[in-house]
Ligand binder design. Sequence first.
Ligand SMILES: Nc1ncnc2c1ncn2[C@@H]1O[C@H](COP(=O)(O)OP(=O)(O)OP(=O)(O)O)[C@@H](O)[C@H]1O
Ligand SMILES: [Mg+2]
Length: 573
Amino acid sequence: MSESDARPASARRDLGTLVSVAWRFDRRRVALSLVLLAANGVATGLSMALLLPIVHALGSGRASTRLGPVEIPSTSLPALLLAFVVLAAAQAAVARASAITSASIQLRIVDHLRQQALDAVLAARWSFVLSRRRTDVIEIVTSGAARSGMAFFQLMTLAVTSVMAVATAAIAVAVSPLLALPALVGVCLLGVVLARTAFGPAHRLGREFGVQNRRLQSAMANSLDSLRLVRTHDAAGTWSEELATAFSGTREAQLANTRRTATVSAVSTVGLAVCAALLVQVAVGLDVPPASIVVVLMLVARLAGQVRGLTMTGSLLLNSLPAVGNLHDLVDEATHEAEVPAGSRSTRSDPDPDGTGPLVELRGVTFLYAGTAQGVRRADLVVPRRQVTALTGPSGAGKSTTADLVLGLLAPQEGRVLVDGEPLTDADLSWWRRHVAYVPQDTALIDASLRRNLTWSVHAEVSDEECWTMLDRCSAGFARELPAGLDTRLGERGVRLSGGERQRVALARALLRKPLLLVLDEATSSLDDETEAAVVELVASLVPAVTVLVIAHRRTTIESADHVVRIRDGVVV
Ligand SMILES: Nc1ncnc2c1ncn2[C@@H]1O[C@H](COP(=O)(O)OP(=O)(O)OP(=O)(O)O)[C@@H](O)[C@H]1O
Ligand SMILES: [Mg+2]
């Protein structure tokens, strides 16, 4: 993914996406949340309205007031105070329910968006994954999804506040049309000024923040991934400079946003004071009774507060919207690049164990990495059944790429991959993967227990007994010395093991899958001669149950194979 956001900027498009997400999500809960937000607003308004008769009653002990068309009957001060407390309690209860419902729906939407994005990425073609920066995906799915959740909440708040503002305006007009109408004009003008200050750059700043945040994530990952070298090459300075630049990028993007909202707040305070002063001046000139002036002033203050809230929320929404757009684009592109087309299922039966033809064949296969001339060209490769095939050649020749083609990770741009004599279609990929196991060149272990590392990719229950047997078969006797046995955590990328130990764990993990085809990509490169010989012997003993494709540079491994294929500059020779 590019560092600058390549997507055309469109707040409207992102807003449309957000509305459609909210609409499809959980309409019943969304509606409940809206109702609670509105009820909270009404209860707050009512407790404010009650202050007026209370003030009246302070002198005489009783009060009857007119709120536009609503006549409040004569009520004693204690009764009014009691009503005030009851109303406050009701408002508190509604506010509590509203906060919980809103948070719950917001968090659920965040999880829903995250899950959707991760599912799409996990199901996308390998070429799609290669084209994305890992940290960009993490940023979009973590902080981007959280910002999208906030955008959703801001959208709901905006909808409710708009309705409340219209209601407040209507009440003000009902109380005193003479006063309310010029006040409304003033508040509307204030709203326009605020919106112009707030909305202009909000969306652009939101995008900028996302870009800076992704840059920061990438710089952090790079520096932490290189920690060992940072120390040994005494190069911490390089990284701290780069990180400082990344920090200042996100800081500036956030500050620009804060400056803008602070300006909106300041302008609205001044605007409100001007509106109130003008209103009192006009009211005195028009001989409006003081009680109506107070009521209208209160209503206008409330309305101005709502208008200010609308602009603030609107600008925050615009600021969060790019995250919605980014998530949507990620899901959209990943779904578009789905490895197995939606709804398609393989109809193939398991490869015939007694079959005689090759298990896998590449026929005239070309695959070049996007924008390069690197990969493999017009490759013909036969992987005979129940044999060990060695694939060898210089570094960069295309061996790992060939393995990825055999595994169906990469799809040929030309030519065909045949499994069991039949072309491997997209719909067959899931079926094919059930029969293969792979030890990648960069032995991928995870920060979890040895047991989890061994079993997470096996689709059946695996007992501890089976784990130990397999570790022993793979010459991984060292595992018996680990402090907590199978429960020992291996650390990030398995740092707590040596390179050769990691390779043997990876081999055991692959074999626990009981595959038909085992692909080993330089899986013994870190082993000493003796251990390597034991592993080679083990691999040979897997035949005939397993067909093996082994990528290797070592003479001993190559010599032990039944069949050797050389590859040079992307061409099988
Ligand atoms: N993701 C990628 N994007 C672009 N080019 C790539 C990518 N992966 C590999 N290549 C290029 O494709 C060519 C073949 O790479 P491949 O990894 O298949 O080589 P290899 O034979 O496995 O090498 P080695 O023995 O060093 O592992 C190389 O020139 C490499 O630079
Ligand atoms: Mg390789």
